[in-house]
Each structure stands twice: as structure tokens, then as C-alpha cells.
Design a protein around this ligand. Structure first.
Ligand code: NAP
Ligand code: FE
Length: 365
């Protein structure tokens, strides 16, 4: 047995965890740049709570609320300038994966005079500012990963950077902040979390501990499928989904993702399909493709989902996600070749050839 295990993030989980632990926020710095999207921080209620605590603790703050979905390099460069101008000494990211990922890039750019493309060198002269992460979706697990996934127009795809210093220092996970998500975003993000657990579990880089976390996450998704398909999600389920998403993040912090993500990036980049949904489209064919290489693990997952075949599970996912895109043959070949360029493709259980990805794409669409 050989493995390493480290999560660089202190996790506080539960309803009211922010107020119950405001001393932690108080010790994080004196000048906070709050990084968020255009609406999520506000409608989730998290921003009001954070502002109240910051005022209470006499912490100065400024708000950068221009993070786009699937943030670009230009977007985080602007955020980095905002952090510099404000002279921030820590970052508070509030939102889904987009603002949390942007926070990591902004934390680096705030203290390093580099071009955004140099983020991908992954070595920085100055340590990034400390990050406090408050998720408002239950999907990416970005609050417990070092990854910042940014849109690369120069490569027509999305690519991640991150190192041990880009883990958020603290994450506050309160499912109350996820209650304002639409049912569509709830489902899409839950499927993203599942894809992390699945890809990590079936990855060549999986470890005994990442497997424990993945199995727990997959089990919880199984407990929530009924609620997700019938759009009947109470607070108890919201907590489960947030917990699952955190577990999925801890899994990929060790394993990385694989081909569902690699293929999904193109659907997001070219067709604007939300991230989790894009991964979910490939779930059925991904499991079939890998079945022979990791049949024991796939069978265990099917048992946790209480289904007897990959197709039965694929039908459940299809029910959750409306397939509202189609691909031309040229697009199929382009997406396969772009996914081959992602390093994470090599972590897949089976050795992947470009023709395999063409096959998965063709069968899916
Ligand atoms: P997102 O792009 O952060 O947000 C999607 C939409 O949901 C946005 O319009 C957002 O509003 C809204 N929203 C978020 N929380 C809400 C709430 N509580 N109530 C109402 N609306 C809410 O979606 P995401 O799926 O969480 O994140 C996707 C990004 O994360 C992608 O860029 C993906 O590549 C990345 N990702 C990162 C990791 C990692 O390890 N770091 C892993 C997987 C994926 P606003 O516009 O106001 O924000
Ligand atoms: Fe993801």
C-alpha cells in the first residue's frame, strides 16, 4: 500500500457555522476582498452574514462581484487588480465553483506581478493570500481543493492550476446558503459532485483513503436520486448534497478528474452547457467504457445506487438532465482531440486513445 493524504483546508460544517466560528474569520486578516458572482452571494444570504461579521470584527472589506460563470484569465486578472488596489490581506470567496476558483487565482495575482497565463507555472514567488471559502452550490467541492479551473480562449478549453498553497485555509459549509439554487443548478451541481467521486474512484491515482471518501459520496448520491429526480429537496437532503460535494472535492484533491471532465469542458466552452450537466451526459458511456478494467468498483457503485445495470443508472441520469444539445461529426472529432490534451485523461482506469473518445462522444450524442 502506498499513498499520501493531505487536505489543506480547515472545514466547518453545519447550519450557522459562520456565526458560531466568527473568531476564525476575525483571525484571518484585517482587509478582506470578497470575491463573488453577480447574484449568488446576495441571494443565498451568505454575503449579508459575512458583512455583519466583518463589521462586528472591525475588518475592512471591499467587494469584487464580477466573477463570470467559468471565469476567464481576463476576469481573474481584473479581480487581482482589485485585490491589489484595496491592499487586501485575505480573500473571502462566496458562491459556486466559479467565484471560489476565481478566488484562488486572485489570491495569487494579488501578491505576484505575473501575467495570468503564468498561473499555470504553478510556482509563485510570493505565497497567495489566505482564502476563506463559502460555497453556495453543492457540486465542485472547490472549497477543499487546490484547483482553480479557468477558461483558456487561447486553447479553446478550460484548464486548472493550483498547488498546496491554493487550498482555501478555511471553508464554511452551511447548506442554508444552497437553498436559493434553482432546481436545475441543484441537479447539475450534484451530478458534478458525483462525477468527482466516480472519476476519483475509478482513477489510476485512487488511494485507499480517497476510495473511502468516494464510496461515501456515491452512497449519499444514491440516497438523494429520488429527491433530485422529483425535485423535492428538503434541508436534510441539501445538507447531504453539500457533504457529498465536499467529499468529492477531497477525492479529486488526491486523484484529479478524468475523461468525463475532459470531454465536458468542450460542451461548456463551445455550447455553454453548465459544468456538472456536461459531465453527466457522459456518465453512462464512461461507465461502460471502463467496466472491464474496474468491474468490481463499478458493480459496487451500481449496488450503492440500488440499480442492476449501467443502463438502468444511465436512465436515471438522463431523467435528471435534459439533453438539449447535439454535435456534428466535426465537433465530435474536435472535442475528442481537445480532451486528449488534458493531462487528467491519462489518469483514467483504461488507457485512452482518441478513437475511444470519438466513440464515447458518438454514442452519447
Ligand atoms: P457556478 O458557475 O459557480 O454558478 C452557476 C450559477 O449558479 C451562477 O449563475 C450562480 O450565480 C448561480 N448560483 C450559485 N449559487 C447560487 C445560490 N445559492 N442561489 C442562486 N444562484 C446560485 O457553478 P458551479 O457548478 O458551482 O461551478 C462551476 C465552475 O467550477 C466551473 O468553472 C468548473 O470548471 C469549476 N469546478 C471547479 C472544481 C475545483 O476543484 N476547483 C471542480 C469542479 C468544477 P452567480 O452568477 O451570482 O455566481
Ligand atoms: Fe467538476
Amino acid at each position: 500500500m502506498q499513498f499520501g493524504f493531505q487536505i489543506g483546508t480547515r472545514v466547518l460544517f453545519g447550519k450557522g457555522c459562520l456565526f458560531a466560528n466568527k473568531d476564525i474569520l476575525n483571525k484571518s486578516g484585517r482587509r478582506a476582498l470578497i470575491v463573488t458572482g453577480k447574484g449568488s452571494a446576495k441571494v443565498s444570504g451568505a454575503l449579508d452574514h459575512v458583512e455583519e461579521i466583518l463589521r462586528d470584527c472591525n475588518i475592512q472589506f471591499s467587494i469584487y462581484d464580477k466573477v463570470q460563470n467559468n471565469p476567464s484569465l481576463e476576469n481573474v486578472a481584473e479581480g487581482g487588480r482589485a485585490a491589489k488596489e484595496f491592499n487586501a490581506d485575505f480573500i473571502i470567496g462566496i458562491g459556486g465553483g466559479s467565484p471560489l476558483d476565481a478566488s484562488k487565482a486572485i489570491a495569487v495575482l494579488a501578491v505576484n506581478n505575473i501575467e495570468p497565463l503564468e498561473l499555470y507555472k504553478n510556482v509563485f514567488e510570493n505565497k497567495p493570500l489566505p482564502i476563506v471559502a463559502i460555497p453556495t452550490t453543492s457540486g465542485t467541492g472547490s472549497e477543499v481543493t487546490p484547483y482553480s479551473i479557468l477558461t483558456r480562449d487561447d486553447m479553446q478549453t478550460k484548464m486548472s492550476f493550483g498547488n498546496a498553497d491554493t487550498f482555501p485555509k478555511v471553508a464554511f459549509l452551511d447548506a442554508a446558503y444552497t437553498e436559493s439554487m434553482s432546481s436545475e443548478t441543484t441537479v447539475n451541481t450534484a451530478v458534478d459532485a458525483l462525477s468527482h467521486a466516480m472519476e476519483g474512484y475509478l482513477s489510476k491515482r485512487s488511494t485507499p483513503i480517497s476510495d473511502l471518501l468516494a464510496v461515501e459520496a456515491i452512497k449519499i448520491f444514491g440516497e438523494c436520486t429520488e429527491a433530485l429526480t422529483s425535485n423535492n429537496i428538503d434541508f436534510d437532503k441539501r445538507e447531504k448534497l453539500l457533504y457529498m460535494s465536499m467529499l468529492g472535492g477531497m477525492v479529486i484533491s488526491h486523484t484529479g478528474t478524468t475523461i468525463m471532465h475532459g470531454l465536458g469542458y468542450s460542451l461548456t466552452y463551445f455550447k455553454d452547457v453548465p459544468h456538472g450537466k456536461a459531465n453527466g451526459f457522459f456518465m453512462r458511456e464512461y461507465l461502460k467504457y471502463n467496466y472491464d478494467a474496474v468491474s468490481e468498483k463499478v458493480d459496487k457503485m451500481l449496488k450503492l445506487f440500488k440499480v442492476s445495470s449501467v443502463d438502468e443508472f444511465g436512465d436515471i441520469v438522463d431523467k435528471m438532465l435534459k439533453k438539449d444539445v447535439s454535435l456534428s461529426s466535426d465537433e465530435v472529432h474536435l472535442y475528442a482531440s481537445l480532451a486528449m490534451k488534458q493531462r487528467s485523461t491519462s489518469y483514467n482506469a483504461r488507457e485512452v486513445a482518441e478513437s475511444d473518445l470519438v466513440d464515447i462522444l458518438s454514442k452519447t450524442f
